[in-house]
Design a protein around this ligand. Structure first.
Ligand code: ADP
Ligand code: MG
Length: 766
């Protein structure tokens, strides 16, 4: 029987840890500057000790010491450790706050919080008046919010809080760019003395799924050693589950506890990994265990070398979360988990060759993520010019502009100059991408929050529907039978999801409908989280909203208004804003609508090597809704064009979103000035214009003569008849004419002669 123990309130003596040797140096650095960069290996005591030193030093007086953590799990467990070391109750002198959990009291002096929390505090109290020191821990992770937080704190310190102590800490940080950015600051480095960790690499690249490789290695370790817990790193919850299943199938001893650890588990379930146990344990974790935390008993680390990494995909215009190889710095952090309580071993499921090819460090999030959310956040701090903000690593200007354009389209900020709007402020309160936040706000108006919560869950992650080949006739038939509603792909996605749930995510059933059961599980989780955020209860009957509802399409339109698409003729080809074209994806049901809005724009390369733009997750749009919304990009105007088929000028009332023509209505009455202009343009700029006999006979020879005279006798100062000038003269002469037939008999030469002075005309006749 394996028992575990969490509740250890005995004070712990940790002053033997390496950072305490730096105590004198740190104290001197704090006196000299109020900015310190501390680089010390994992296990030296940065996370748990430095905050205690500051407190003991007494330089902070009655203010709080805030330690920023990139992850919620770390904030909670590290706070508990420090409380235990100090022999105090968690939530009194030492506390923590993360999204959904606030364990901080008025008497709290050391607070572990995630970066988002600090930014929220800053919105309420811009000078952070209750805080005396801010420690950016694990700064090498370079999260978007820690970068923004450091920039804002730096500026705060320069302007109104020179007394604020700022520290940046990490085990694997390149200090040089950071010190240059911070300007005046002290850099302290410690060699530390974490326990040695021996590295082992794979001898060849194995094609087996990583969870099988990891399970094999774990089984081997259990056979060959008697003590020491094992920590396995996997990229995500699915791979963790697969590893656990694999471990259960392999013949390992029965008194082994197998424990999953990832960000989506409840705090209670996460705590299992941090408890000591009477038996050997295998913990299978995502990179939540990569930094900050100490898991008791770990002697062996088995690392898949992979992580889910968020990026902004400029092609799709969406954020992605793909599995990628981790950097060498991440791998070092993971290995460090084996040497925290004694010497350890790390098994890397990749070769030494492969290791050398990996990037040294992670790319900062600011350089790989979509910036709309951050630009909006900066606006809430009064930073209206994100392009020139004091970033440690500047994001690409183009991406900043794209983010601003999107925020303008969503109505979160005004067009030049950019200022945050009330809608923008409301959007900031929702912890989701601005597009989805905007949809939710619209849903409040229409009373379809549940639907939009589901919509967002369905479209914000991986594809729920699998791609069907031509051979998958039965799956296609099954899928077609799920819904008859063809006004929005929402209906198909929601029906597919409902069907998957009804069948308890059974693999066979799901795949027979072309539904990915893993994604369905993720959708269910996200749906629950969003309902939670919106303070909505999950429907008691568990019913999925499936009824047709125009409001869903209207909300979709508002969130993706810059991705409107107009059908070209009767085909599946659509024109998009900015002159782009796209083909509707096979999976889409919105095959009959002339005007749609799409959530997905994906560029692919065909087998023939051509580039093809696919568009999907569509909803039909009624132009009437657009008029009601009346965004500043929408213009309605009368346009005159020359119709070459009928050889006449025609007029239409045209509705445009930017340059995309949404709708046009032919007009009977033409504007005489405009028609003359259209005919003149057609005549001058069409390479094969209609013939106008008077032009050929009279004007052309005359223009030739003027041009000749102009070069021969510059003193005459004759005008140059450019194309533009000719259009001007013709437009006036042809005013009111709707076709070349209409104007054929009108005199032309006098209009051109009128451009010259009497003296010039006189000179020409000689
Ligand atoms: P760093 O941030 O430099 O990696 P920490 O302050 O997190 O170091 O931890 C320093 C050391 O303190 C660890 O190596 C470990 O020996 C001990 N320690 C920290 N947290 C715990 C814990 N929850 N249980 C047991 N020991 C711990
Ligand atoms: Mg740490």
């Amino acid at each position: 029987m394996c028992t575990s123990n969490m509740d250890n309130r005995e004070p712990v003596e940790s002053t033997a840890l390496p950072v305490w040797e730096l105590r004198g140096a740190l104290s001197a650095a704090w006196d000299a500057h109020n900015r310190v960069v501390l680089v010390a290996p994992t296990g030296s005591g940065k996370t748990t000790q430095v905050c205690q030193m500051i407190l003991q030093d007494g330089r902070n007086r009655d203010k709080q010491i805030v330690v920023l953590q990139p992850r919620r799990v770390a904030a909670r467990t590290v706070a508990r450790r420090v409380a235990q070391e100090m022999g105090v109750e968690l939530g009194s002198m030492v506390g923590y706050q993360v999204r959904f959990e606030d364990v901080i009291a008025p008497e709290t002096r050391i607070a572990f919080v995630t970066e988002g929390i600090l930014l929220r505090w800053m919105q309420d109290d811009p000078t952070l008046s209750k805080i005396g020191a801010i420690l950016f821990d694990e700064f090498h992770e370079r999260n978007l919010l820690s970068d923004i937080g450091l920039a804002l704190v730096k500026s705060l310190q320069q302007h109104s809080r020179p007394d604020l102590l700022v520290m940046v800490m990490s085990a694997t940080l390149d200090a040089a760019p950071l010190t240059e950015y911070l300007g005046e600051c002290a850099v302290l480095e410690s060699q530390g003395r974490a326990y040695p960790v021996e590295m082992h690499y794979s001898e060849w690249d194995d094609d087996l799924p990583v969870w099988e490789q990891a399970a094999q290695k774990a089984a081997e370790l259990l056979r060959e050693t008697d003590t020491g817990d094992i920590l396995i790193f996997m990229p995500g919850a699915y791979e963790i589950q697969s590893t656990i299943e694999e471990l259960r199938h392999s013949k390992i001893k029965t008194d082994i506890a197998i424990i999953p650890l990832h960000g989506e588990l409840s705090p209670q379930d996460q705590d299992r990994a941090f408890a000591t146990a009477s038996c050997r344990r295998i913990i299978v974790s995502t990179n939540v265990a990569e930094t900050s935390v100490t898991l008791p008993g770990i002697r062996f680390v088995i690392d898949s070398g992979q992580a889910r990494i968020a990026r902004f995909d400029t092609e799709h215009g969406i954020s992605t979360l793909h599995i990628e190889p981790i950097s060498r710095a991440s791998a070092e952090q993971r290995a460090g988990r084996a040497g925290r309580l004694g010497p350890g071993d790390c098994y890397r499921l990749w070769t030494l060759d492969n290791h050398a090819k990996r990037p040294e460090r992670n790319t900062p999030e600011i350089q790989r993520m979509e910036l709309a959310e951050v630009v909006l956040l900066l606006h809430s701090f009064g930073v209206t010019d994100a392009e020139h903000f004091d970033f440690l690593d500047k994001p690409d200007v183009e991406r900043v502009h794209r983010a601003e354009e999107l925020l303008v389209a969503l109505g979160a900020i005004t067009a030049e100059p950019h200022c945050i709007t009330d809608t923008g402020r409301e959007m900031l309160r929702l912890p989701m991408h601005p597009r989805y936040a905007r949809m939710v706000i619209e849903a409040k108006k229409f009373g379809c929050m549940r639907e939009i919560a589901l919509f967002v869950s369905l479209v914000s992650g991986r594809d729920l529907l699998t791609r069907l080949n031509r051979e998958d006739k039965s799956a296609r038939r099954n899928r077609d039978g799920l819904t008859r509603l063809d006004q929005s792909d929402y209906y198909l996605l929601a029906a597919s999801f409902a069907h998957a749930l009804q069948n308890h995510l059974d693999y066979k059933t799901c795949y027979s409908y072309g539904v990915n059961p893993h994604v369905a599980r993720e959708v269910a989780m996200t749906y629950r989280q969003i309902l939670d955020i919106l303070n909505l209860k999950e429907d008691d009957s568990g019913a999925i909203p499936l009824a047709p509802n125009e409001a869903i399409q209207r909300c979709h339109l508002v969130g993706f208004i810059d991705q409107l698409a107009v059908r070209q003729g009767g085909s599946e080809e659509f024109e998009l804003v900015n002159g782009r074209h796209g083909t509707l994806m096979q999976e889409s049901v919105a095959r009959r609508s002339p005007l749609i809005v799409v959530s997905e724009i994906r560029e692919i390369t065909t087998r023939q090597g051509d580039k093809l733009t696919l568009i999907g997750i569509a909803s039909a749009v009624d132009a009437k809704w657009l008029r009601e919304l009346n965004p500043p990009q929408l213009h309605e105007m009368t346009e005159h064009v020359y119709n070459r088929l009928n050889k006449r000028v025609v007029a239409a009332r045209v509705l445009r979103y930017n340059n995309l023509v949404i709708a046009g209505e032919a007009l009977q009455k033409l504007d005489p000035v405009a028609t003359g202009q259209v005919l003149a343009n057609e005549f001058v700029y069409n390479p094969h214009p209609m013939s106008v006999p008077r032009w050929e006979r009279e004007v052309k020879p005359w223009l030739r003569m003027v041009a000749r005279k102009r070069t021969q006798e510059p003193a005459l100062d004759l005008p140059e008849f450019t194309d533009e000038k000719i259009v001007q003269v013709l437009a006036l002469a042809w005013e009111g004419g709707a076709s070349f037939k209409d104007i054929a008999d009108r005199p032309l030469l006098p209009a051109f002669r009128a451009q010259l002075t009497d003296a010039q005309l006189q000179a020409l006749s000689h």
